[in-house]
Design a protein around this ligand. Structure first.
Ligand code: TYM
Length: 347
């Protein structure tokens, strides 16, 4: 049992932000609006921001090794092109900091089978053939909890689809603190809100926009050129009504709501303000306005990503120095965790 003095001396909490993106190829407007745009907004004096390319999560489904390396660089390029400053934020890839996997093992022993079995993303990804899914896919949320708690992160900006994983992270922190009778891991705040926490498919407003949707028309990819963006919005499914002037008028109109949400998030204004601007217009008039706004914001990001990707050495060196800085925070926290659970440290 650890005494009270030791309890308080172990606390290192401050306002710390952690989030991650998987390098599984393909980035959508959902990743940008639901996550990375908000990562950029959280870079301020108030928070220490740590952003990670989660390559160990990526291999829970088989990845082509050469492509995985390129995709890892591509996510780093996306972060930087979208406005993450690698000098003020810590930017690195997960496998470069071994402490993630080490803490994940401890959490595998804290989390319960029943908790994991309830994870809807596991059920979705494993599909009907769950017996044949990788063990790593089942344990995925424990590694995610390790990512976050290894830095004693207090705030985690993510899209709505990660909510259940963040609840599990809180459960793991609470159970660990309880099992070892110590106030060590913080109970993390999900930062989900914002206008675009769930960007929906352009073909079906009830489904999430996703890189794995078989229809490319369902999503805007960060790599799409201006003509493709115009075409995809033009072909986006809508209903026959004009746009309403008030939010109530979007009820039961998921496709209309999605396009208004995307426009509001891109132009950084409230849904009310957007509806004041476009209420009464037909979709044929609104769609080109939306497409133009998207091109104006996404084109410079995708141009800068392309430029950065031509310079792999520059990206690799940013990731290497980020990993070093990440390890400086992670290593003492893992060491304390090992001490708490009773691992004998070789002298
Ligand atoms: P991933 O790689 O699937 O997605 C990265 C981020 O993009 C958000 N996102 C969306 N947001 C709004 N609308 C959409 N249509 C949309 N599609 C994707 C996701 O919510 C996510 O925030 N498990 C995580 C990666 C991860 C992580 C972490 C995140 C691993 N460890 C620790 C936070 C903290 C994932 O698969 O994200």
């Amino acid at each position: 049992m650890i005494d009270q003095d030791k309890k308080s001396s172990l606390k290192t909490f401050e306002k710390r932000v952690f989030s991650g993106v998987q390098p599984t190829g393909g980035l959508t407007l959902g990743n940008y609006l639901g996550a990375v745009k908000r990562f950029v907004e959280m870079q301020s004096k108030e928070y220490k921001t740590i952003y990670c390319v989660v390559d160990q999560h990526a291999i829970t489904a088989w990845q082509n090794p050469t492509e995985l390396k390129q995709n890892t660089r591509q996510i780093a390029a996306f972060f930087i092109a979208a406005g993450i400053d690698p000098n003020s934020s810590i930017l690195f890839n997960q496998s470069a900091v071994a402490e993630h996997a080490q803490l994940a093992w401890v959490f595998n022993c804290v989390a319960r089978m029943g908790w994991m079995q309830r994870m809807t993303q596991f059920k979705d990804k494993a599909g009907k053939n769950a017996q044949n899914a990788a063990l790593g896919l089942f344990a995925y949320p424990a590694l995610m909890a390790a990512d976050i708690l290894l830095y004693h992160a207090t705030h985690v900006p993510v899209g709505d689809d990660q909510k259940q994983h963040l609840e599990l992270t809180r459960d793991i922190a609470i159970k660990f603190n309880h099992d070892y009778d110590i106030d060590f891991f913080p109970v993390t705040e999900p930062v989900i809100g914002g206008t675009a926490s769930r960007v929906m498919s352009l073909r079906d407003g009830t489904k999430k926009m996703s890189k794995s949707d078989p229809s490319d028309l369902s999503r805007i990819n960060m790599s799409d050129d201006a003509d493709t963006i115009f075409l995809k919005f033009k072909k986006a499914r809508t209903d026959a009504e004009a746009l309403p002037s008030e939010i109530d008028g979007l009820k039961d109109r998921p496709e209309a709501e999605n396009l208004v949400t995307i426009y509001s998030a891109l132009s950084e204004q409230s849904m009310d303000k957007t509806l004041q601007e476009v209420g009464g217009k037909q979709f044929s008039e609104f769609k080109p306005i939306l497409a133009e706004c998207a091109v104006e914001i996404l084109s410079p990001i995708s141009r800068e990503m392309t430029r950065l990707m031509q310079n792999a050495d520059e990206i690799d060196s940013i990731l290497a120095s980020g990993a070093k800085r990440a390890r400086e925070i992670a290593s003492p926290i893992l060491e304390k965790t090992y001490d708490i659970v009773g691992m004998l440290k070789p002298k």
